[in-house]
Design a protein around this ligand. Structure first.
Ligand code: EPS
Length: 388
């Protein structure tokens, strides 16, 4: 079983992730992890912080001579901005007063987190609640993605809507064709419909001018996932539940759906359920995939299709009505700096988080602690599927 934990504050020394349960003998290259970190930092509409940081993964343990050894893998990512925050984020007490963060941002964890931990300086909340933490989380996912590649399982996260400008150009495309389309895009929006990109840029520019922020919808698809991963026998083993949890735990995500998702409400059962067929060549197959690749919490061999909505982030230059928690007086939120649109970054983070959950389900079905033995088990499992 893969387990992982992250630690670190947004303006502290750095972020750490510990990933436990990755089988031995998997090739890991820091450069591959750094490519994913760089991808997370991209996207038209990111803020000033990304100019300060150039995130680099430093593997501290669990890898020897370029291969995993089965021990926990720990990775550190330094925060360059710490240099500017040394005293304000000091681990030890200091002899000077620091500005307290007193006006909670609606939409952020500031107020609810302050109440929970009884913090009077809300910086103690926002430093950890910040989406900077995803730089650490994405590393756990990136390692799982490297593992899944060994089993020909591919996952892609991309953007299908920014500020209401949506596309379904991807509907009949597979991962390799969508990658071609999003690679074409010079502004790193990870949006496959190039004709609509100028309109999106206009919207982002206008939001930036107005001091506002924008959200959207991301999509994650997974190909090559065999049937039978996940479980229906207990609520907390259902793979769709685990994926939804992983995505909902992302700072800006407010809703997750699989396949036809919320549009199931509009159709009758006889229309919307994916009828089952069988042929000698294909085995069991479907002509539709409204279920998005999961039935009863278990994969059915179809493409996994997930969509998630990303709220406009809650730090905005314009300010929103709030209250000073010290004076209790009405105040506008204070602006330090922020992104205008993080939807492309969320799509790459989501891609990697989904990889963790699929890896876990794969390990549960054919798992073992060594890669080559795991591959042998996989061959057996594929034989079982063909015979079934
Ligand atoms: C982020 C770093 C943060 C924010 C953003 C994500 O940097 P700073 O707070 O120094 O500007 O840009 O955080 C949020 C979206 C959030 O909700 O807190 C990063 O590295 O991704």
């Amino acid at each position: 079983m893969i387990r992982y934990l992250t630690a670190g504050e947004s303006h502290g020394k750095g972020l750490t992730v510990i990933i436990d349960g990755i089988p031995s003998n998997l090739k890991i290259d820091e450069r591959e992890l750094n490519l994913i970190l760089a991808e997370r930092q991209k996207g038209y509409g990111r803020g000033g912080r990304q100019k300060i940081e150039s995130d680099r993964a430093e593997i501290l343990s669990g890898v020897r001579f370029g291969k995993t050894i089965g021990s926990p893998i720990s990775v550190f990512i330094r925060n360059n901005d710490y240099e500017n925050w040394k005293s304000r984020m000091s681990i030890t007490p200091i002899n000077q007063s620091v500005d307290e963060f007193l006006i909670p941002r609606p939409g952020h964890a500031d107020l609810s987190g302050g109440i929970r931990f009884n913090h009077r300086d809300l910086r103690n909340v926002l430093e950890r609640a910040s989406a900077r933490e995803t730089a650490a989380r994405i590393i756990a996912g990136a390692i799982c993605k490297i593992l899944l590649k060994e089993f020909n399982i591919e996952i892609l996260g991309y953007v299908v809507n920014i500020a209401g400008i949506s596309t379904n150009i991807d509907k009949k495309l597979d991962i390799k064709d969508i990658i071609k389309k999003i690679k074409n895009d010079k502004v790193d929006l990870r949006y496959p419909d190039s004709k609509k990109i100028p309109l999106i840029i206009k919207k982002i520019d206008s939001a930036m001018k107005k001091g506002d922020t924008l959200g959207g919808i991301i999509k994650v698809i997974a190909e090559g996932v065999p049937p039978g991963l996940g479980d229906y026998t207990q609520w907390d083993r259902k793979l769709d539940g685990k994926i939804a949890m992983a995505l909902m735990s992302l700072q800006s995500i407010k809703g997750v759906e699989f396949g036809a998702g919320f549009s199931y409400a509009n159709y009758s059962g006889s229309f919307v359920h994916d009828a089952i067929y069988y042929s000698k060549n294909k085995g069991y197959y479907r002509k539709t995939n409204n279920a998005g690749g999961l039935e009863g919490g278990v994969t059915n061999g179809n493409k996994i299709i997930i969509r998630a909505v990303v709220k406009p982030i809650s730090t905005l230059r314009k300010g929103i009505d709030s209250v000073n928690i010290k004076t209790k007086l009405k105040s506008k939120t204070v602006y330090e700096r922020s992104d205008v649109c993080v939807v492309p970054a969320v799509s790459i983070i989501a891609e990697n988080l989904v990889a963790i959950e699929i890896t876990n389900a794969l390990m549960e079905q054919i798992g073992c602690v060594e890669l080559n033995l795991m591959k042998e088990n996989y061959k057996n499992y594929l034989r079982h599927i063909r015979k079934y």
